[in-house]
Write a protein that binds this ligand. Structure first.
Ligand code: CO
Ligand code: ZN
Length: 330
């Protein structure tokens, strides 16, 4: 599984530019599902038929990652850019970004009189090695993702776009696990989550699941001088109670806790003060659905070193087996 995590976290795929990462995921699950389709927005929908006694369940993990888009090219060939999703200006200086064609650039900022001050995003630029607008290999409107390599620190796994490629890996592993789910399962590898859960919204409106569960990352309370939050790395997948966009269905939370406890799987309860997930889109789609989220605890979200714990990933995959092979009676 770690090879797959490395491959997918290092891959390119900012919101709206998920074609390449989608093809990679499709290749991993072909032959393991009953149907596979791509909708107009670019969501990859994998269907696995249940045993006929269950419910209609949609699980969503997003393919896209935060990134940047070129807004202007200067005469000397530097690129001004805007953010795609929640990019923090303080993470930019010295970062490398990569475009779809493989072009790599370095981000730096305008002259900064006070080096303790972080300049806003529009005072940064990308240097792709061009010396004029004419010889610049990149165009206005091109998108780039950040570049960094995956590595392991014991049980810790570190990568850019762990958000949400780790959820994508879990989705792939759930489909490849070999068991037949009780429920009709629509595993959606969604697009454009980082810009407002847009892909999942379209997919959920079409699929109209009875039950919708997102797999995504959440922040933790175990960072030095970080926020107070009852989620730590390595203490189990987090069952979301609430984030800033959704209150999980209490019955589904209760059921997921019971499934975890009965199987001896460690878990935590997540209350996230900022941010939301595809679960919000599923909850509000069509006539509404029973929605919840299983989160992978992750430090340093939206930096190039998003840090998770492999045991939480493994336990999350086990928890989904319990959910998908037993009744969802709320
Ligand atoms: Co995110
Ligand atoms: Zn995410």
């Amino acid at each position: 599984m770690k090879d797959l995590i490395k491959k997918l976290t290092e891959a390119y795929g900012p919101s709206g530019f998920e074609d390449g990462i989608r093809d990679m995921v499709r290749a991993e699950i072909e032959g393991h599902v009953d149907e596979l389709s791509v909708d107009a927005m670019g969501n990859l929908v994998a269907f696995k038929k249940g045993d006929g006694t269950g419910r209609k369940v949609m699980i969503a993990a997003h393919l896209d990652e935060i990134g940047v888009m070129v807004t202007h090219i200067t005469e000397k060939g530097y690129l001004r850019f805007t953010n795609i999703g929640g990019v923090h200006a303080k993470t930019l200086l010295g970062s490398r970004v990569q475009f779809a064609d493989g072009t790599i650039g370095v981000i730096y900022s305008d002259k900064n009189g006070d080096r303790h001050k972080v300049l806003p995003i529009d005072k940064h630029y990308i240097d792709v090695g061009a010396s004029s607008r004419e010889d610049c290999p990149v165009q206005v409107g091109d998108a780039a993702g950040f570049v960094d390599t995956f590595f392991e620190n014991g049980n810790r796994i570190v990568a850019k776009s762990m958000d949400d490629r780790i959820g994508v890996v879990m989705g792939i592993e759930i489909l490849r696990a070999g068991y037949r789910p009780m429920h009709d399962l629509y595993m959606v590898f969604s697009v454009q989550e980082e810009v407002g859960v847009r892909g999942a919204q379209a997919a959920a409106n079409y699929i109209q699941p009875e039950v919708g569960i997102a797999i995504d990352v959440t922040s933790t309370g175990d960072m030095l001088n970080g926020p107070e939050m009852a989620v730590d790395l390595g203490k189990g997948p987090a069952i979301k109670a609430k984030d800033s966009g959704m209150i999980s269905h209490v019955g589904l939370v209760r059921l997921m806790k019971k499934r975890a406890a009965d199987a001896g799987i460690p878990y935590q309860i997540e209350v996230l003060v900022g941010g939301s997930t595809d679960a919000r889109a599923m909850q509000l789609a069509g006539p509404g659905s029973i929605a919840g989220c299983v989160s992978v605890p992750c430090r340093y979200v939206h930096s190039r070193s998003e840090t998770a714990d492999i045991r939480d990933v493994e336990n999350g995959i086990k928890l989904f087996r319990e959910i998908l092979t037993k009744p969802i009676d709320l």
